[in-house]
Design a protein around this ligand. Structure first.
Ligand code: ATR
Length: 269
């Protein structure tokens, strides 16, 4: 039996098993299984040990452990090093357990049709560094705003170490950049149906050039996206990014590039 896991806390709502088991079946991988496991922080080391012993062949890491797992790993790839965020583990041929970050690739793939230049990022939590990391390579300017400003400042300082163009700026919560063509919500606000960030974006009314992107995919339309749609902006939820980060993890583990077809897109609805 080749066993794969997604770990987090909470984990009940994770849709990763649905996707990976769909691909495992589709590509006829006999004796492979992907499960979810709720883990306490003190057991992170044991998970890495299980990868080392081949009890687990691969692990996805979700909230709140993407950073906390790092001290237990033998090595990181360059993206995980820079973002200090790991979402995928496996054992390399040399016996070392490596942590990689496929959220960056997932975010990049989800935005392949867009070429945003001035970007407004809301939040400075665990996943935000992955978003800023990709954008720093393609954007003219990235404005970060977080309710707790110091966390945004910290992210900017980290980011400017790898952002070639040193193009990250922090703005106060409630302020907005004058020019902007992409607004990304990386906060957890909206996971519960009635939650609202309480920001107003009136100045972007009827502007079809602004894409409002929420990393949340469940619910499908957060109030952040609903307001944007009613305001006349473009919208996108986090489903594509979620599917693509899974796609790249599956490829690393299995050597198969799993297809993202209509059926799997519907599975998440
Ligand atoms: P962590 O900070 O542990 O990585 P996270 O869930 O990844 O947690 O991130 C939560 C993000 O959502 C943070 O940017 C958080 O803002 P703070 O840093 O100020 O806590 C943001 N967030 C959560 N609730 C919020 C709210 N009610 N209004 C605005 N931002 C909120």
């Amino acid at each position: 039996m080749k066993k794969y896991l997604v770990i987090g806390n909470p984990i009940e709502h994770s849709l990763s098993p649905l996707i990976h088991n769909y691909w495992i079946k589709k590509y006829n991988l006999i004796d492979y299984v992907y499960e979810k496991r709720k883990v306490e922080e003190e057991n992170l080391g044991r998970i890495v040990e299980e990868v080392k012993m081949d009890v687990l062949k691969g692990v996805n890491i979700t909230v709140p452990f993407k950073k906390k797992i790092i001290p237990f790993l033998d090595k990181l790839d360059i993206t995980a090093t820079n973002t200090q965020s790991v979402n995928t583990l496996y054992k390399e041929d040399d016996g070392q357990v490596i942590g990689i970050n496929t959220d960056v690739q997932g975010f990049k793939a989800s935005l392949s049709k867009y070429h945003a230049k001035n970007i407004f990022v809301l939040g400075a939590g665990g996943v935000t560094s992955s978003i800023v990391y990709h954008l720093s390579l393609t954007a003219n300017k990235i404005y970060i705003s977080n309710r707790t400003r110091e966390k945004a400042e910290k992210l900017k300082n980290e980011g400017n170490k790898w952002a070639l163009r040193k193009n990250i700026e922090v703005i106060d919560w409630g302020e907005k950049p004058k020019v902007c063509d992409l607004v990304v919500n990386t906060t957890s606000v909206g996971l519960k149906n009635d939650e609202n960030l309480g920001l107003d974006f009136k100045e972007y009314e009827n502007n079809k050039n602004v894409l409002f992107y929420d990393l949340i995919y469940n619910p499908k339309e957060t109030s952040f996206l609903k307001d944007a749609r009613l305001r006349g902006n473009k919208t996108m939820n986090g489903k594509k990014m979620f599917l693509y980060q899974a796609h790249f993890a599956f490829y690393k583990w299995m050597g198969i590039q799993p297809e993202i077809d209509d059926k799997i897109i519907k599975l998440l609805d």
